[in-house]
Design a protein around this ligand. Structure first.
Ligand SMILES: Nc1ncnc2c1ncn2[C@@H]1O[C@H](COP(=O)(O)OP(=O)(O)O)[C@@H](O)[C@H]1O
Ligand SMILES: [Mg+2]
Length: 278
């Protein structure tokens, strides 16, 4: 498995009134093509800062050290312009709350079309066909009609499907999913998880899957990085980490989940569908 993303000794520092604070400290991991790496840790452990560093989307004032290479190309220190080009095209991210990333004033179709056209420069008409196909691919019913609807006309689970469609429309090599199911009902969570796993497999995309829930990681990831207070406390194959956790903190996380080896498909058996995918 050739490495798609190589993160080495990543440190993210913020200036504060009490001096600089490292919110990510010396974190190293790799994501292979066609692989899901799970990043798990409690709230505030630096998971989002790690993903935003990869995307080049850290808040103003943040300083980075180390190396982040996508397919051999160093990302740290690149200009905003270069990073904008890479985002959407070669790497995309989906967030916990799809409403905050969708523009309420535009139809979902137009938003997917603009993402596509920004990178591919096709005609409106061609982009619209792409948007409809993308909505169909994420299991949205009646995509030809729904493409002209606004974000508020969809349920939370449907909006997350739309975000996934937008993230994947340019066929990126790397997808970062930052707690994509945290804001959803449990049954819808399982469906979104299954959809992501399916689409990732079909497209061969590498995925960074971030969650505070180790149970979710166990169903989706081949490698696991456990973070705590900005530090990497554990990193290894999912098998290793689940069977022989080295760190006391990981053992604690493991003990707090009832069952650790449910595959995704089992988790959704008998789940009530949110009405968009059978
Ligand atoms: N703009 C900022 N300035 C300083 N510290 C910040 C800023 N944004 C977030 N942090 C801190 O960075 C740490 C890591 O945050 P984050 O990566 O969002 O955690 P997680 O995603 O694991 O919940 C937290 O302790 C948070 O308080
Ligand atoms: Mg976060």
């Amino acid at each position: 498995m050739s490495e798609l993303l190589v993160v080495e000794n990543l440190t993210v520092t913020f200036p504060t009134a009490r001096g600089p604070v490292d919110v990510v400290k010396d974190v190293s991991f790799t994501v292979g093509r066609d692989e899901t790496v799970g990043i798990v840790g409690e709230s505030g452990s630096g998971k989002s800062m790690t993903s935003l560093a990869v995307m080049g989307l850290l808040p103003k004032g943040a300083r980075t050290r180390g190396s982040i290479r996508l397919d051999g190309t160093e990302l740290l220190g690149r200009s905003d312009r270069e990073l904008r080009r890479l985002r959407g095209e070669r790497m995309s991210m989906i967030f916990q709350d799809p409403l905050s990333s969708l523009n309420p004033y535009y139809t979902v179709g137009l938003q997917i079309e603009e993402m596509y056209r920004a990178h591919r420069g096709t005609s409106r008409k061609a982009a619209r066909e792409v948007a409809i196909a993308a909505l169909a691919q994420v299991g949205l019913p009646e995509p030809e009609r729904r493409v002209d609807h606004y974000p508020h006309q969809f349920s939370g689970g449907q909006r997350q499907r739309i975000m996934i469609a937008m993230a994947l429309v340019c066929d990126p090599e790397l997808l970062i999913a930052d707690e994509p199911t945290t804001a959803l009902d449990v049954t819808v969570q399982a469906q979104i998880l299954r959809l992501l796993a399916e689409l990732r497999r079909e497209s061969g995309t590498g995925m960074m899957f971030i969650t505070h829930d180790l149970a979710v990681i166990s169903s989706i990831a081949t490698r696991v990085l456990v973070m705590r207070r900005g530090e990497q406390v554990e990193y290894g194959t999912a098998e290793q980490v689940f069977a022989e956790p080295r760190h006391e903190y990981t053992r604690m996380l493991l003990e707090s989940i009832p069952r650790i080896d449910d595959p995704v498909d089992d988790a959704v058996d008998g789940a009530v569908d949110d009405g968009v995918r059978s």
